[in-house]
Design a binder for this molecule. Structure first.
Ligand code: HEC
Ligand code: HEC
Ligand code: HEC
Length: 447
């Protein structure tokens, strides 16, 4: 090799190492790397069966098993526009650079996935590649589903193909340049999709492994609860530390004692995941309410216990912007307590007290108790403003539960005022939202 060649070769080698290092730094650890134990291939794991369906469905038909898994992965919530047929697509994802629509995954041959072979379906769900070869945007959480076994993915396909085909075409995406360049997702996938199946960790219990599979491969909790890095991928260095999702704040679910789940009892967690409510911690609203109603409430009890066992092992990451403790019950009379914001108090008196009372302990349902929730203790008041704008309609195992949407009844200034009043009265530190903040929230969530 000549001297010049040698210099060129070493420059190229340094460039490759630097690029590799850059990718390694941005990508960070994988979702299960924190556990640190020895991983084995699924086929070599003898201690239990972390994948598939719970014992009671082991002998059920392929379609029934697929139904359980499709619910556990909550395919429906994103692939159904409210008011339209299940799985017929067209739900809008409002992103800072335009709108992306989910597609029809019913077995219709023209507008759905009726022509997908087994391999096409595996390619879409585990690799993010459409039947025509084009890449999918990561709004479809294939970086989580990639951990699903082929068997489980194909059971989901069998379930979807058992449903009636629906003719429905999603609107064209309105993403701006350069985000409308689908081919760029080839590079994104190469860096951020681990493209590997779940491998059990022999240093952990079978229950933990089942929980890991449910949380990471199917239920994709991290897609909402883990902050994102520069490349819009999950930043597992801050795993489960909380993030904003569709305009709502998905709070910290790491094992941090003050701001995460460290002080929740097992029963609190079981209750929150299966009923959408835990006494003293509030109720699941917005995207979490939907996830509970369509997905987590359908889990077998032993699967919920496995999820809890797994969550306990996630290292603590604090949320420094939240107060160290939530505020106690407010006074029962409107004359006592925080009354600084007269306009907010007026709205609260006429629109909210019938269900929430002046103390924050609901006179109508424990599920509407505000005391102790992060929503009212979050100084950014994100979820308070969201629920006032859009309300909530839940179909809980305990019956229907709803709060009306006040988005069209009040102006942006009035909504900001009532949110500030609610966080001031029931929370540790009042918020300072303005009408402009509310206008921006409407932008993010309007359909
Ligand atoms: C968080 C939202 C979300 C969830 C959950 C979700 N998807 Fe998707 N999915 C999308 C979006 C958005 C697209 C369209 C992406 C694009 O156009 O690049 C998509 C695209 C697809 C496609 C490609 C269809 C085509 O040809 O256009 C398939 C297949 C699919 N999803 C199947 C599933 C299955 C199966 C599940 C559950 C295991 C699921 N999805 C769960 C959002 C989601
Ligand atoms: C589609 C997004 C989404 C997914 C998926 C999701 N969450 Fe949530 N989660 C949220 C939001 C938003 C909130 C806040 C709800 C509220 O304040 O009413 C929340 C709240 C919670 C809370 C209450 C936290 C607190 O301190 O108040 C727990 C516990 C929780 N989620 C656990 C989970 C687990 C476990 C999973 C997966 C099995 C999961 N979530 C999946 C969005 C999501
Ligand atoms: C008809 C009864 C009703 C009225 C009126 C009502 N709410 Fe609610 N609210 C509820 C229920 C029920 C829940 C629990 C929702 C759930 O589980 O998803 C709730 C939950 C909440 C939460 C907690 C959200 C969370 O993410 O934890 C806040 C904050 C809230 N309401 C504020 C208000 C404000 C402010 C008003 C008046 C502008 C109001 N509510 C009016 C019934 C009501």
């Amino acid at each position: 090799m000549s001297g010049k060649m040698r210099i060129l070769t070493s420059v190229a080698a340094i460039a490759i190492v630097a690029a590799g290092l850059g990718v390694w730094i941005i990508r960070g650890p994988g979702p299960l790397d924190f556990a640190g134990g020895t991983k084995v291939a699924l086929a070599d794991y003898r201690a239990g069966k972390p994948t598939g369906v719970p014992a009671k469905l082991e002998k059920a038909s392929l379609v029934e098993r697929g139904e359980y898994l499709a619910k556990a992965a909550d395919c429906m919530v994103c692939h159904t526009k409210p008011g339209e047929k299940d799985y017929s697509g067209g739900l809008a994802f409002k992103l800072p650079f335009g709108t992306l629509y989910s597609t029809n995954v019913t077995p219709d041959k023209d507008t759905g996935i009726g022509n997908y072979s087994d391999q096409d379906f595996l390619n879409a769900v585990q690799h993010g590649q459409r039947r025509d070869g084009a890449r999918l945007y990561p709004a479809m959480p294939y970086t989580s589903y990639t951990y699903m076994t082929d068997e489980d993915v194909l059971a989901v396909k069998a379930y979807l193909f058992s449903l009636p085909p629906v003719r429905a075409k999603a609107p064209e995406n309105t993403l701006s340049f350069p985000f409308n360049q689908r081919w760029a997702m080839i590079v994104w996938s190469a860096v951020f999709n681990p493209d590997t199946r779940f491998a059990p960790d022999t240093s952990k219990s079978p229950e933990w492994n089942r929980g890991a599979y449910l949380v990471e491969a199917l239920a994709h909790c991290g897609e909402c609860h883990t902050p994102r890095n520069l490349g819009f991928a999950l930043d597992n260095r801050k795993r489960f530390a909380g993030a904003i999702t569709a305009g709502w704040r998905a709070f910290n679910i790491s094992s941090d004692k003050a701001t995460g789940l460290g002080n929740w009892s097992d029963q609190d967690l079981i209750s929150y995941l299966s009923l959408g409510h835990a006494p003293g911690h509030g109720s699941a609203s917005g995207p979490m309410g939907e996830a509970v109603d369509h997905s987590f409430s359908q889990f077998a009890p032993e699967d919920i216990s496995s999820i809890v066992a797994y969550l306990r092992s996630v290292p603590p990451v604090p949320s420094p912007d939240l107060p160290a403790t939530t505020a106690p019950v407010a006074p029962a009379s409107h004359k006592d307590g925080v009354t600084a914001d007269a306009r907010g108090k007026k709205v609260f008196a006429s629109a909210c007290t019938s269900c929430h009372g002046w103390s924050g302990e609901s006179p109508v349902s424990p599920m509407a108790t505000l005391t102790g929730t992060w929503a009212v203790n979050d100084p950014a008041a994100t979820n308070v403003a969201q629920i006032v704008l859009s309300g909530t309609k839940r179909h809980t195992p305990a019956g229907a539960l709803s709060m009306p949407a006040f988005g069209s009844a009040y102006t942006d200034d009035e909504i900001a005022a009532v949110a500030n009043y609610v966080t001031g009265r029931f929370g540790a530190k009042g918020s300072k939202l303005t009408g402009k903040d509310i206008a921006e929230m409407r932008e993010q969530t309007a359909d």
